[in-house]
Design a binder for this molecule. Structure first.
Ligand code: OGA
Ligand code: MN
Length: 303
């Protein structure tokens, strides 16, 4: 248990898994609705450097409070990664709609294009790795959660890197992958793209190995969006990425978050992958996500 005593608000954090003291902390003593000072935000960022995932329980917040909290951690992304057309949007462009609801608040039909696209969240991924400058943090607020199922799982890409043998580490070190939502969705057989969406989803290059700017720790930068490796024949690249993903998502590297209403979960996309788990499609699941952008494309960041 780490205690942060330098300010009046007492922030305490304990790891959610005893066998992983540096992964997935549960935070106590923060009231997000009330707003946090920049000192507390700096402590949270320090804790994020250590834990990579933080869980805040009982945070009854609205979108504006969630956005205001998120803005402490860097420039904000707009919600351009999803597939809803503007007249289909339920939430503002500041919020990623991670729900199974349409703009009228009804559960979308089984074959709705937004739902089928959204099922891609059940593949292991890192948010916005398909954007030239990808995401730093994602903050996900549980507004309505199903009674069972629908966990969000996180895999620690630092631990996965540390556990790789040194020969494979050397092979990975300078590789560059192409990331696109066209790759991740093709894994599911989703192909309902219009021409404009295909253009918008042109692959972007990202390093396969990253160094965290604050801790210096190395990690694998994987995602189901990664579908090619520069300079490598396609089948060889795909099987290598598949092997790495299999390695990196072994249970010893995974934390599974079971949702309660008003949980807020925050993760560092630079060092974790995550995925949604299945749930009853007749139950409402309504999560709101804000996303903090990274500073630059990964190729412009020092390794
Ligand atoms: C996300 C995401 C997983 C989930 O919000 O970015 O991938 O469990 N969510 O809904
Ligand atoms: Mn995601």
């Amino acid at each position: 248990m780490i205690n942060w005593k330098s300010v009046s608000m007492s922030l305490s954090i304990k790891p959610s898994r005893a066998d992983r003291p540096d992964f997935a902390g549960v935070v106590d003593g923060v009231d997000i609705a009330a707003g946090v000072s920049s000192e507390v935000a700096a402590q949270i960022e320090e804790a994020m450097d250590h834990y990579a995932v933080l869980v805040f329980k009982n945070q009854q917040i609205d979108d504006d409070q969630q956005y205001a909290f998120s803005e402490h951690f860097g420039p904000m992304e707009t919600a351009t990664g999803d597939i809803a057309r503007s007249d289909e949007r339920r939430l503002s462009m500041k919020i990623n709609d991670i729900s199974n609801l349409d703009q009228h608040g009804n559960i979308v039909p089984r074959d709705d294009r937004r739902r089928l696209f959204g099922l891609g969240n059940a593949l292991w991924h890192s948010d916005s790795s398909f954007k030239p400058t990808p995401a730093k943090y994602s903050l996900l607020s549980g507004r309505v959660v199903p009674e069972s199922g629908g966990n969000t799982e996180f895999a620690d890409m630092r631990a996965a890197w540390d556990a790789l043998d040194s020969v494979t580490q050397r092979e990975c070190m300078d590789l560059v992958c192409d990331h696109s939502q066209l790759y991740s969705r093709s894994l599911l057989g989703f192909d309902q793209w219009d021409e404009h969406e295909i253009e918008e989803n042109a692959p972007v290059p990202q390093r396969l190995v990253r160094r965290h700017p604050n801790t210096g720790r190395l990690s694998l930068y994987l995602a189901s969006h990664a579908g090619a490796i520069h300079g490598m024949p396609m089948p060889e690249a795909r099987i290598f990425l598949r092997d790495l993903n299999e390695h990196a998502t072994q249970r010893q590297f995974v934390f599974a978050h079971e949702w309660n209403q008003w949980d807020l979960v925050m993760w560092d996309n630079r060092v974790v992958m995550h995925r949604a788990r299945r749930y009853d499609r007749h139950a409402v699941r309504d999560l709101h996500r804000t996303t903090v952008a990274d500073r630059a494309p990964t190729l412009e960041q020092p390794l």
